[in-house]
Design a binder for this molecule. Structure first.
Ligand SMILES: [Zn+2]
Length: 301
């Protein structure tokens, strides 16, 4: 159980320790048998820039990382991690485990509490990432993608787009190789009788951000994640352990998910620009098809 004297935020300043009423720089501890009976509890964890002398008299090593502990006579000393184990034995390792578990919980609790107190800002930030200034909103991009894949143009044009653009937006065209190219290929291949195709595939256009067409369901999943999390987040004081764990696990993904969501909206805005969409013309040669692509592209800036 947590002791009132325990402090779970890492102590970074030696004065915080030396100013304590019961602190003593060194306790007379001569052997591990002498020590193991003396440990009362772990009070805090310290990480200091400059090393300080260990409070166990027979250790005397300089440490900059370890624990503040109190002894059964109520005096408090600082010890290192390894010498704690060496002098205080199993009692120390058990207490360290419990202390670290409580420390982790305290950190997670304070993280969730801050998130909860900041919920309105989190919601606003989420809304802002769905509606980038001077751009298409998430909802607009979503509608455009659905129509582009299922309704835009006629069946044959959609089919040509589907087969003619690679998932990452590249349009290839088949062209005849020149005589020189074929000759070179023959030489490189050892000059044998191996069949050499007369046709080559040449990249003629690359549509920026085209990959989001196939991945947009991930963007929708991210949006749902935020809507759910904002609805479920609550003050962690007094909630069940299971809910606490669940909320914390969800919250760990928050920053990365927000980055990913913003990125989807940015890519959506890169995909639906006039110049980018006009690249689809490379797939068509009939004038009425070209006009359809141009009309469609003209709605974008
Ligand atoms: Zn030590």
């Amino acid at each position: 159980m947590a002791d009132k004297n325990q402090n779970f935020s890492t102590i970074l300043n030696i004065e915080e320790i030396t100013s304590r009423a019961n602190f003593i720089p060194m306790a007379e501890i001569l052997s591990d048998t002498d020590a193991s009976a003396q440990l009362k509890s772990l009070l805090g964890h310290y990480t200091l820039k400059d090393k300080v002398k260990c409070g166990i008299s027979s250790c005397g090593t300089m440490h900059n990382n370890g624990y503040l502990v109190n002894l059964k006579n109520d005096s408090e000393i600082i010890i290192g991690n390894k010498c704690g184990q060496k002098y205080f034995g199993v009692e120390f390792t058990n207490q360290r485990k419990a202390f670290n578990a409580m420390r982790t919980h305290a950190e997670q609790f304070s993280t969730l509490k801050k998130a909860y107190e900041n919920l309105e800002n989190l919601k606003n930030e989420f809304q802002a990432s769905l509606n980038l200034p001077n751009g298409l909103s998430f909802i607009e991009i979503q509608g455009l993608i659905k129509r582009f894949v299922n309704e835009e143009f006629d069946y044959w044009m959609r089919d040509k787009i589907k087969n003619g653009v690679s998932s990452n937006g590249i349009i290839y065209q088949e062209m005849f190789k020149s005589k020189e190219e074929m000759e070179l290929e023959r030489l490189m291949g050892g000059g044998g009788r191996k069949y050499i195709s007369e046709i080559k595939r040449v990249k003629v256009a690359e549509i920026t951000a085209y990959e989001i067409l196939a991945k947009w369901h991930e963007a929708e999943k991210l949006k749902k994640y935020f809507e759910n999390f904002h609805r479920e987040l609550r003050d962690p004081s007094g909630i069940s352990n299971d809910l606490f764990k669940k909320l914390y696990q969800e919250y760990k993904k928050y920053d990365q998910n927000l980055k990913d969501l913003k990125n989807f909206c940015k890519l959506g805005n890169k995909l639906f620009t006039k110049e980018n969409i006009l690249k689809l013309r490379e797939l068509f040669d009939k004038s009425h098809e070209l006009v359809k692509i141009e009309d469609y592209a003209n709605q974008f800036s």
